[in-house]
Design a protein around this ligand. Structure first.
Ligand SMILES: Cc1cc2nc3c(=O)[nH]c(=O)nc-3n(C[C@H](O)[C@H](O)[C@H](O)COP(=O)(O)OP(=O)(O)OC[C@H]3O[C@@H](n4cnc5c(N)ncnc54)[C@H](O)[C@@H]3O)c2cc1C
Length: 1147
């Protein structure tokens, strides 16, 4: 599929060839017609999947430091891009200006921004009418010379400036961006964002803050003369003068469109063009590169990878010592920029557009240490600089009689051993990363030089320090090592050098069936090999026929074991070898079949390739073999092939969590290799090979044991592969990434999937009108968003907005004023309440419906804060609807005087008693106690922030997830349909009991000094309550089955639990007077599900004279689906505070 950029060049070439001049710019009408086709043709997907999410992420960052923003859009067309953002972001735009030189669009834009549709105004909270200038945007410096700019037109200041569509007609682009950078409200904060679909964004050294691409965007244009007549001039950027000439060129241009446009089966009447979209965001630091270039030298470098060569970095720095690497990092930290690192330059993401690259090639020393001076280096060690290539290390070590297990190509660099490293010694000695025992790394958090693991003392830089989490970092460097710092050297354990005997077979395949059977044979052959042997297979097409190529590598330290004359099982399967060779480690590089044999040996050396690699087991099994054969059959060019490299042996001997390389259990690494002639880089040939690689990868992914992270980068098509790249280590690595690279300096390395929060949190913020619920909710959102130990998304939503919308639609009230004008809202409050009550009468499940709408509308966030609740006991009533999330409520309270003052300050002079619990009897609150209460008397954020840090952040602490991971799920136990959570199993895990007791202690929101007893019931409660009682040094009071405790006792009946076989009622009892009168009591149990046990315990305490007000309950785990809280409330225990450490969704 041709790109729009190549179409543009082809159209311009055609016009030039026809010598059709003079050209003239498009009129507004011609431009609009073309633009309309483009926007309609690229469909909503580009907005939905790329532009809106990217812009939203940037705005959330911006809104961390301000409550409202003013925006400038440059060339928005007929609709503002900002107007498509989620409501909670749109409503924060308080000022809007646009430069839209197209008169038609300017009028449409004005109308669109001011028209109230069903969904309300696109930008509902503008303080003034939008300012739409019907002139082009002119950078500040050029303004004086330009007569079109009226005085004061762009003297305004903005928080965000958007170049909406490709910077059409703006040259040189750098000057326009620099011009925009001068328009920030706060010189130290603001964003210029460019969305670009016009090929490479050339900005001559301007540094971007963040960039992202959407390579799969496609524009579909109706294959119709009329449509193409409008579309082609728009893409070419001009028309020609004169009717005859115009007709001639249009006919030729239609022809060009039809030749280059792809006809897809699903869209037979359309021509499709690939139209990758790029986003680049700039801050005021975009021009700070000279600060770095005066410290570290620049280099003009061509990297190996064709894809990386297409990216235009801001510059490439070439540090020659650790200090220079530190300077690069410190510069990036100071200016909020990211960096890429160049090792061997073989990946597509060592260079990234408008990002500074750090070329490590000067760190090219290899040191071999036979006998070390340190305690750990008994064996031979190799210290390799991060700029060494595989060839450098193999050459130098071989001369010393040792080796390191590396990969198959000499020019590949540090990216290989930091991310895995699969080679012919992997079955014998493991992956390259397994041989790493130490490293020197420049921290991308502090800029310090860190020494990690075993680094011989003479190779430890004088300034290096040992980090706190040293072993964690070493483990992470072994498999995900491109993500946590810039590595300057690694220390490898070395092995005795090997000699290799290689036997090669080439088997022509007569049919698809033959191919599958032969793969089965190969699988069996490989399985029988000993650890010092490995077998590779190639499935490829040559001379019009499918072939299986097999290479068997046998290694030996002496070469004496090779008996080349003796037949192997390979001979009986595939006949005589086409080649047998004995080589050393260097000679081995030339024996790869794709280098030496296939397609004339690497397509005669003039090819480019694109690879993705998956790990497979049992390649001979029918469904996998069929997929492999089908993949090669659908190759877009005869040069594409599959390469299967054998694993097992020492690769699988390493535990999955011993290194970051978490995929250990596989037989073959399947490298899906798209190849095309080098002179066709950047053409449809290259694009179709890339598409084929991703297509095959996604077909094989569900059958794979994981994906190889080494080739993966920020391309969104890599995300599903990256999700399987680190096995079970993903969540741990994600947390480490957040800790060690908190500023996203290494933003373009292999993506570590974001750890999704297992125990998602919903906080219901309740309280009376004027208490400050919305204000607090916003403050708490920012506390979660800035949480230091994990990256969280948080959002505040008002549940009553739905009612307001329905009310406005039914009564004609002004929705925007209802949402944002407090006085207007207060004026409508009684009518709104009546409206809601009437609706609730007709639809009794309305509160639940509204609640679920809000929750599912924010399914992407980790922490959701909901304001505007009307329910009386929201957690008790609603938690079963979201059984896999933790639901808690915070009651915000303030004195009547404070509330009245706040309401007045917002324009309400009436003494409104109406709360969000409107319609309910306020006395009902007496029967319910919220999880937490916040006294919101003070002005400012401080009190709300410290409340959130003390009481809310503990709910997202990693320790809760550690605890959750200790709970084994047992399906169909004790009877079918029940997924049993083995909570008592926590105590059987190392550190489990201590962790649980410490969490029970810290999650208690009361004062332990006032607690007189910890009360528990057998059996689960005994375990955790004892550990807690010991920790807080408070007497433990036991509740047992009747008859087990000495008199005098009190007792009550207790119904059986929902999972118990025994349905008979039992009695439980406790000794009389063991709890001091008037003391506070903490009841501890392992589980809250149906609530029957807890209910009986509370009844027993009541009978023993302990008031419900004096009781708090703490449970290790709650199963909200059984509605235990509701049962307790129905039995009069609604005022008992209940805290659960864990929430489980199952039965
Ligand atoms: C022709 C070819 C053959 C290959 N053969 C094998 C093979 O036999 N076995 C195998 O396992 N893989 C193989 N690969 C895959 C290879 O391991 C990856 O492509 C690897 O990422 C390349 O590393 P590099 O240093 O050459 O590339 P680069 O593009 O320079 O680096 C790759 C990644 O590592 C990061 N990085 C590099 N140096 C550092 C550093 N010092 N600190 C932090 N980050 C750094 C870069 O930023 C980038 O994200 C091969 C790839 C190619 C193209």
């Amino acid at each position: 599929m041709a790109t729009l950029d190549s179409l543009k060049h082809a159209l311009r070439r055609k016009a030039k060839a026809l010598a059709l001049v003079p050209k003239q710019p498009l009129s507004d009408t011609q431009y609009s017609a073309g633009f309309e086709i483009l926007v309609q043709g690229s469909g909503w997907t580009t907005y939905q999947d790329f532009i809106i999410p990217q812009l939203s992420q940037l705005l959330v960052l911006l809104l961390n430091s301000r409550t409202q923003i003013s925006a400038l859009e440059i060339g928005p067309g007929p609709k503002s891009v900002l107007g498509f953002l989620p409501y909670n972001l749109r409503r924060r735009v308080s000022g809007y200006t646009a430069f839209e030189p197209n008169n038609l669009y300017a009028a449409d834009l004005k109308e669109w921004l001011c028209s109230t549709s069903e969904a309300g105004l696109p930008l509902p909270c503008l303080k003034n009418a939008p300012a739409i200038h019907q002139i082009p945007f002119i950078p500040q410096d050029d303004k004086d010379n330009d007569t079109r700019t009226g005085a004061g037109v762009n003297d305004e200041k903005y928080d965000i400036i958007l170049f909406c569509h490709s910077m059409y007609g703006m040259e040189p682009k750098r000057r326009f961006i620099e011009g925009a950078l001068q328009l920030f409200v706060e010189p130290q904060g603001g964003l210029v964002v460019v969305f670009y679909r016009d090929g490479v964004l050339r900005l001559d050294g301007l540094v971007c803050h963040r960039t992202a691409s959407f390579p799969t965007s496609v524009v579909r244009v109706a294959n119709d003369d009329e449509v193409l007549n409008h579309f082609a001039p728009f893409i070419a950027g001009f028309i020609t003068q004169g009717v005859d000439r115009d007709e001639a060129i249009r006919a030729s241009w239609r022809q060009v469109c039809r030749t280059l446009g792809r006809r897809e089966e699903a869209h037979p009447d359309h021509l499709s063009f690939s139209s990758p979209v790029v986003m680049a965001a700039f801050t005021q630091n975009a021009t700070t590169l000279p600060e770095l270039t005066c410290q570290v030298s620049l280099v003009n470098k061509t990297v190996k990878n064709w894809e990386a060569r297409l990216h235009r970095p801001a510059s490439i720095m070439r540090p020659t010592e650790d200090r220079h690497v530190q300077q690069c990092v410190q510069w990036a930290l100071k200016h909020g920029a990211s960096l890429t690192v160049i090792g061997g330059g073989h990946s597509g993401h060592c260079l990234w557009p408008n990002v500074v690259a750090v070329d490590m090639s000067a760190f090219d020393q290899v040191h071999i240490l036979r006998e070390g001076r340190d305690s750990f280096d008994s064996g031979p060690l190799v210290v390799a600089g991060a700029g060494c290539t595989t060839g450098d290390i193999v050459h130098k070590t071989m001369a010393a009689g040792v080796t390191v297990p590396l990969g198959a190509r000499p020019s590949v660099g540090a990216g290989l051993w930091l991310q895995g490293g699969i080679g012919h010694l992997a079955r014998l000695h493991g992956l390259a990363c397994d041989a790493i025992i130490g490293a020197v790394v420049v921290s991308v958090d502090s800029g310090q030089v860190l020494c990690v693991g075993c680094v011989p003392s003479q190779h430890q830089p004088a300034s290096a320090v040992r980090p706190e989490n040293e072993m964690d970092l070493l483990c992470a460097l072994k498999g995900a090592g491109t993500n946590f710092g810039i590595v300057t050297s690694v220390t490898f354990r070395a092995y005795t050098a090997q000699i290799y005997n290689i036997r090669t077979w080439i088997v022509p395949l007569s049919s698809n069936l033959d191919a599958r059977l032969r793969l089965g044979e190969f699988d069996r052959f490989a399985r029988a090999l000993s650890k010092n042997c490995s077998a590779d297979a190639y499935l490829y097409w040559d001379a019009g026929l499918l072939h299986l190529g097999v290479a068997m590598f046998e290694s030996s330290t002496t070469g004496l074991t090779f008996a080349t004359a003796v037949p192997t099982p390979g001979n009986s399967t595939w006949g005589v070898e086409v080649d047998i060779k004995t080589v050393d480690g260097v000679g081995l590089f030339e024996t790869e079949m794709y280098v030496s044999r296939m397609h004339g040996g690497h397509g005669s050396g003039k090819t480019s390739s694109f690879k993705r690699c998956l790990f497979l087991k049992c390649i001979g099994e029918a469904n996998i073999a069929a997929r492999l054969v089908a993949a090669v059959e659908t190759r877009p060019s005869p040069l594409c092939y599959l390469h299967l490299l054998q694993g097992g042996g020492a690769v699988g001997d390493v535990a999955a969590d011993a290194t970051a390389f978490g995929c250990r259990d596989w037989d073959f690494a399947c490298v899906i290799t798209g190849v095309w002639p080098r002179d066709r880089d950047g053409t449809e040939a290259a694009r179709s090979a890339v598409r084929w690689v991703y297509g095959v990868a996604s077909d094989l992914l569900p059958w794979s044991e994981g994906a190889y992270g080494a080739d993966l980068g920020p391309d969104p098509r890599d995300a599903p592969l990256a999700a399987k790249a680190f096995g079970r280590n993903g969540p741990h690595l994600a947390r480490l990434k957040h800790r060690l690279d908190p500023h996203h300096i290494l933003a373009y390395a292999c993506p570590i999937p974001k750890a999704s929060m297992e125990q998602k949190l919903i906080i219901l913020v309740t309280g009376e009108s004027g208490a400050g619920k919305d204000y607090c909710a916003e403050v708490w959102v920012s506390v979660f968003a800035n949480c230091a130990h994990r990256s969280l998304t948080a959002r505040a939503v008002s549940i009553s907005d739905t009612t307001k919308r329905e009310y406005a639609a039914a009564t004609g009230a002004d929705l925007d004023r209802l949402l944002w004008d407090r006085a207007y809202k207060e004026q409508h409050r009684p009518a709104l309440t009546t409206f809601y009550q009437e609706q609730a009468r007709q639809r009794p499940r309305l509160p639940e419906e509204h609640f679920l709408d809000v929750v599912y509308g924010a399914a992407d966030v980790d922490v959701l804060l909901i304001t505007g609740m009307r329910d009386e006991a929201p957690v008790a009533v609603l938690s079963h609807l979201v059984p896999d999330r933790r639901l808690l409520d915070v009651h915000v309270q303030a004195s009547e005087q404070t509330r009245r003052a706040r309401r007045r300050c917002h324009g309400d002079s009436k003494d409104s008693k109406g709360s969000n619990h409107c319609g309910s009897d306020p006395s009902i609150l007496d029967y319910y106690c919220s999880t937490l209460t916040f006294d919101n008397h003070a002005t400012g954020n401080e009190a709300a922030e410290s409340f959130a840090k003390r009481y809310l952040l503990p709910f997202v602490h990693n320790d809760l997830e550690r605890l959750a991971n200790m709970v084994r799920a047992v399906p169909d136990f004790p009877r079918p349909g029940i997924e049993f959570r083995h909570l008592l199993g926590i105590s059987q895990q190392p550190g489990g009991l201590a962790l649980c007791a410490s969490l029970l202690q810290t999650h208690f929101t009361g004062d332990w000094a006032k607690v007189g007893a910890v009360v528990c019931c057998e059996a689960g409660g005994f375990v955790y309550a004892s550990a807690l009682a010991l920790r807080v040094d408070i007497p433990l009071v036991l509740i047992r089955e009747a008859g087990k405790l000495p008199p005098p006792t009190v007792s009550v009946g207790k119904a059986s639990s929902h999972i118990s076989y025994n349905s008979k009622e039992k009695r439980i009892e406790m000794e009389q007077d063991v709890v001091p009168r008037g003391a506070l009591v903490v009841v501890v149990d392992d589980v809250l599900s149906s609530g029957k046990t807890l209910c009986a315990m509370l009844q027993l305490l009541d009978k023993a004279g302990i008031r419900a007000d004096d009781v708090s309950v703490m449970v290790v785990a709650e199963f909200p689906v059984h509605r235990g809280r509701q049962l307790l409330r129905q039995h009069g225990f609604g005022r008992v505070k209940i805290h659960s450490l864990l929430i489980f969704g199952g039965a």
